[in-house]
Design a protein around this ligand. Sequence first.
Ligand code: S3P
Length: 452
Amino acid sequence: MSSSDSVSAAVSMRFDAAPGALSGTVEVPGDKSISHRALMLSALAVGRSRVEGLLEGEDVLATAAAMRAMGARIEREADGIWHIDGVGVGGLLQPQTALDMGNSGTSTRLLMGLLASHDLTATFVGDASLSKRPMGRVIDPLSQMGAEFTASPGGRLPLTMRGTVPAVPITYRLPVASAQVKSAILLAGLNTPGITRVIEPIPTRDHSERMLTGFGAHINISNNADDERVIEVEGEVELRSMNIKVPGDPSSAAFLLVAALIVPNSIITVRNVTMNPTRAGLVTLLENMGGKIIRKNPRFLGGESGEIVYDLQVMHSVLTAIEPDPAAVPSMVDEFPVAFVAAALAQGRSVFRGLHELRVKESDRITVMADGLRSIGARVEEIEDGLVIDGTGGEALEGGATIATHLDHRIAMSFAVAGLASRKGVTIDDMRPVATSFPGFVDLLRALGAGV
Ligand code: S3P
């Protein structure tokens, strides 16, 4: 949500046990990560790009507004297709006012990268949630490339950066597994002479690499002797405009998949969801818990460097406990809140570890989920890097409580789903944050038969 909106009234809502089963075929909005990148790279290309299926959530609209403020022409046609006239690599202009990033960490970190190799000064501001999140992870590598930063204490927003031309190409080994940090450096590398190189000890979502390839950037991906992924981008190469079809967001589909798994007799299909392996961790986890999920009609959107999509059919299932491999964390990093809900209804003890990064998302998702789940009757123990959850074995949760969402869309949606499998319903104190990533969430749940 935009920082100015945070003063408007909260919208609380109660989610009750679904009166019957959930059923139907639906689509979720476009993928958030891909939508941000589509706007940013189109804005840097030469010529007019066309984007279909763009996520029209507040986070992505914050990116659009920022790119417009720096000279790109971005228009939405009546048919929902977006057209972007780019300014060419290195052609972004000095923004006249602060860039309002709202709730969006992805907009902030990727744009910091993009602007680091431009001759301009930009100030980034955001809402209360974003202003708590660490930016040091991008400030460090971008400073090595020559950009200068004045940040709030702890390396936080509001911050002002001064980009530099020419920037210095670096080789940077990621100290945290973060696609945002990787992408920030690669985007900075686009207007930097020579080769900018990122080493990824643990692979993270690869949408930037795929889309850069599509736009004609010179990208080279290999594995080093330690089997770490090495991504190189050659700077000062022109990007050519593209037609992009954005697939459905697996991080949004996640809520519907878990809802169908835990509400008895449900069977639903979510069409057109990307199952890029770097994003498919939750579906694999749910399958390993005994969830009946059928992946149908695989097809590529946008050729070989594009994204693979499936229609996912999912049925109510008896779930069993799980101990996910910490190496799989990046492939489902945003899906843990709703995975915890699935575990709370499974048979046995689930142990989630290696989740430090969840503490610096839109909220501290370990503590907030532990407190919320306990308040609706789940048995949960918080540990430093995760949660231990003793599931009900399929019995509905007690419910009855009101959940504080802390400006975190995924907390709101996870507990909405938990409400559908509770005896007394679950009230969400503020549903407004859902508009950052999943406009239409409540209508979709209603259409499937949920009690809202
Ligand atoms: C994103 C990467 C992830 C994810 C975020 C989107 C991206 O963040 O949580 O919602 O689009 O690159 P990290 O890279 O910080 O893990």
